[in-house]
Design a protein around this ligand. Structure first.
Ligand code: NAP
Length: 270
């Protein structure tokens, strides 16, 4: 899918952050856009922003952790544009805390958002994407390469996305459906981005030093490149590539490296 002009793309969780940057990059490449998020005013502001690129931009406000709402999101693409070429499963939330301290509801919330929030739109999208021989992309994380300390629910939810992506790749091979999995490194975040604390409450993340992390723009360009080249896995950042290489060959070495740097993981989880 080298030419994205006129391709119809649904991007879940695109009212801000990485999802919005992906929508902007797809729109710049001429794709028709369906934006999504739960907060109506935030979604409206994003729609206005993306509409400055071209006018083939609509939005559908819903919660993708709910199957019926996800079905309506996919229907919105068909109702507005008559087809669906690309689904980007971008919605995801992180968490913090030792497993021993976690309220079980933390796992539930993370899996509802990251796993069910990806599967729910994927199921109704598949029969449409078969018709266009399009793409389904899952936004994962370097935390999906191996289980990381203080991120157990997040890491395991992102690993689940890999299994789902692998299953669909085989099932849909004969239908020529492209499945992409993006392992994103630490990236710029928007003001007031939330994570889930060990007791299940919302926790606002600290600002990140822009010079030390990827920009949302960089991530968006890699996602679009993944779609154009119909690649399976795209791993972002040097540390991500090294981690993936070492984990596949020397997992115990990776464990030792992490143990030697535990204080950094602890710092990052504050
Ligand atoms: N930022 C990073 O450093 C980083 C690193 C690796 C991977 N990632 C992955 O990249 C993806 C995006 O991260 P981000 O940092 O851009 O997140 P973010 O800033 O928190 O944005 C999340 C977006 O999803 C929407 N959303 C959340 N839950 C939703 C739901 N159930 N239904 C519909 N929309 C929902 C939010 O809007 P509403 O709240 O209004 O619904 C917002 O538009 C996630 O999958 C994340 O795991 C991020």
């Amino acid at each position: 899918m080298k030419d994205l002009r006129g391709k119809v793309a649904v991007i879940t969780g695109s009212s801000r952050g990485i999802g919005k940057a992906i929508a902007i990059e797809l729109a710049k490449n001429g794709a028709y856009i369906v934006l999504n998020g739960r907060d109506a005013s935030r979604l409206e502001a994003a729609t206005e922003e993306v509409s400055k690129i071209h006018n083939k931009v609509v939005s559908y406000c819903c919660d993708v952790s709910q199957p019926e709402q996800s079905e309506e999101l996919i229907k919105a693409a068909i109702d507005n544009y008559g087809k669906l070429d690309i689904l980007i499963n971008n919605v995801g939330v992180s968490m913090r805390g030792d497993v021993a301290d976690l309220k079980p509801q933390v796992f539930k919330k993370v899996f509802e958002s990251n796993v069910f929030g990806s599967v729910n739109p994927t199921i109704p999208a598949l029969k449409e994407i078969r018709k266009t021989k399009g793409s389904i992309v899952f936004i994962s994380s370097l935390a999906g390469i191996r289980g990381l300390p203080y991120l157990s629910a997040y890491s395991s939810s992102k690993m689940a996305l890999r299994a789902i992506a692998e299953s669909i790749r085989i099932e849909e091979k004969s239908n020529d459906v492209h499945v992409g999995l993006i392992l994103v490194g630490i990236t710029q975040i928007e003001h007031n981005k939330e994570t889930i604390a060990s007791d299940g409450s919302k926790k606002i993340l600290k600002k990140r030093d822009a010079s030390k992390v990827d920009s949302t723009n960089t991530v968006a360009k890699k996602v679009v490149n993944n779609i154009k080249k119909r690649k399976f896995i795209t791993t972002l950042t040097t540390i991500g590539k090294v981690n993936k290489f070492l984990q596949a060959r020397f997992p115990m070495l990776v464990e030792r490296i992490i143990l030697g740097n535990l204080s950094k993981f602890q710092e990052k989880s504050e």
